[in-house]
Structure formats: structure tokens, C-alpha cells
Design a protein around this ligand. Sequence first.
Ligand SMILES: [Zn+2]
Length: 69
Amino acid sequence: MTDEDPPEIPILCSECDTRTKIPFPEVEATVERHNEQLHDGEPVAQVDPAVFDELADFVAEDLGLYEDA
Ligand SMILES: [Zn+2]
């Protein structure tokens, strides 16, 4: 069995003016936590829209994202 490194996804937060790369499996939790802790739960931080479309296809296929939701 081989483990490939998960793709890193750029996260943008316009209010903090930060751009961070997060390994894909941690993206959702990281964004949620960031928004809860720094923005009172407002969805300020998000996946960089520029790469999201591109990655959505790739990641969904690669990781079977939608197989066991
Ligand atoms: Zn922020």
C-alpha cells in the first residue's frame, strides 16, 4: 500500500489578510475553527476560489470524496 501526501489547499481569509495552505483532510475543520475563534462563526475564511473548481474535480475523484458522505 502506498500513501500519497494529500494535496494542500490554499485558504484565504480576507479579514486577517492571510493565505495558508492546509492539507486537504484538515481544510474543513481548520476553516471552521478559524472562523469560530476569530470571526464569531462568520464564514470569512474560505478555500481560495481560484483553485477550488480545479481541485474539486481532482480531489473528488482522487479521494472518493462523495462516496461515503
Ligand atoms: Zn480570519
